[in-house]
Design a binder for this molecule. Structure first.
Ligand SMILES: NC(=O)c1ccc[n+]([C@@H]2O[C@H](COP(=O)([O-])OP(=O)(O)OC[C@H]3O[C@@H](n4cnc5c(N)ncnc54)[C@H](O)[C@@H]3O)[C@@H](O)[C@H]2O)c1
Length: 264
């Protein structure tokens, strides 16, 4: 865990997809900055583990099992978060999947599954969290995890491009709606490049065994990324911390690109 500070003391954060990779790093980083973290995921085994690690390190955390595609489950977790921690200031819409497959080979079922998690999940998070956040004394910050693939096309990832490009523009529209309503809620997107997380082990649907694919983020980064290395989950968590804190108080509707120069 990074060096503790108290930038988020008294704030509560909900992190979806908090059991692994970027979501787990965000949960730990926000907790180290003093936030009470309510983390959710479909994976309850790993989610409970992340919450336990935060608690053992002296932070405040609670895990709840949650499928981001299910509206009733969003209603439940927002109510649980409020009753457990007394409010909600920060939403990190992070849960996501990536399916690597040319769109001509892709089933409608895979297209819809990816849309449901990556885009419907973000819509439902905003819909159910912002009405709580707007009434908080410290206001709120929504951080939607998009991707460099939300800024530019990538072969084999066109369906993923559609979800992440959707997250990028949805973010801007919601930022404007919050502003027009006079709500103290900022809404920004984060665009990671190639980050070494377990997502790369699950990206090819034709491979039955997780961890048995050809997408090694470190190898890919050697040629594709100007810095020559892949990013780490903590690199994204540090950007999320900035957007969650008052240090970014004049930012809304913005895109924070963290990609080692990949999209230059
Ligand atoms: N790793 C990268 O290179 C990279 C790059 C750009 C963007 N991203 C984005 O970052 C986010 C996090 O990805 P990661 O790399 O940490 O992947 P990851 O696979 O390590 O973590 C994703 C988490 O989301 C959870 N999840 C999946 N479906 C869910 C659902 N329906 N409801 C709730 N939780 C669900 C998974 O169980 C997992 O814990 C994703 O939105 C991804 O698209 C990742």
């Amino acid at each position: 865990m990074s060096t503790p500070d108290n930038r988020l003391q008294g704030r509560t954060a909900l992190v979806s997809g908090g059991a692994s990779g970027i979501g787990a790093a965000c949960a730990k980083r926000l907790a180290a900055a003093g936030a009470a973290v309510f983390l959710t995921d479909v994976d309850s085994l790993q989610g409970e583990q992340v919450a336990a690690e935060i608690t053992e390190a002296g932070g405040l955390a609670k895990f709840s099992q949650h499928d981001v595609t299910d509206e009733a489950q969003w209603e439940r977790v927002v109510a649980e978060c409020q009753s457990h921690f007394g409010g909600l200031n920060i939403l990190v819409n992070n849960a996501g999947i990536a399916i690597m497959c040319d769109v001509f080979e892709m089933s409608l079922e895979d297209w819809q599954r990816q849309q449901a998690i990556n885009l419907d999940g973000v819509f439902l998070g905003v819909k159910h969290c912002v009405p709580v956040m707007k009434d908080m004394a410290d206001g709120g910050s929504v951080i939607n995890i998009s991707s460099v693939a939300g800024l530019q096309g990538a072969p084999g990832l066109s369906a993923y491009n559609a979800t992440k490009g959707g997250v990028r523009l949805f973010t801007k529209g919601v930022a404007l709606e919050c502003g027009r309503n006079g709500w103290p809620v900022r809404v920004n997107s984060v665009h990671p490049g190639i980050i070494a997380t377990p997502i790369w082990d699950k990206i090819d649907p034709t491979l039955a065994t997780e961890g048995a694919n050809n997408y090694d983020p470190d190898e890919m980064s050697e040629t594709a990324v100007p810095t020559g290395v892949s990013g780490q989950a903590i690199d994204i968590a540090n950007g999320v911390l900035f957007l969650a804190s008052d240090e970014s108080s004049y930012m809304t509707g913005s895109e924070l690109v963290i990609d080692g120069g990949l999209s230059c």
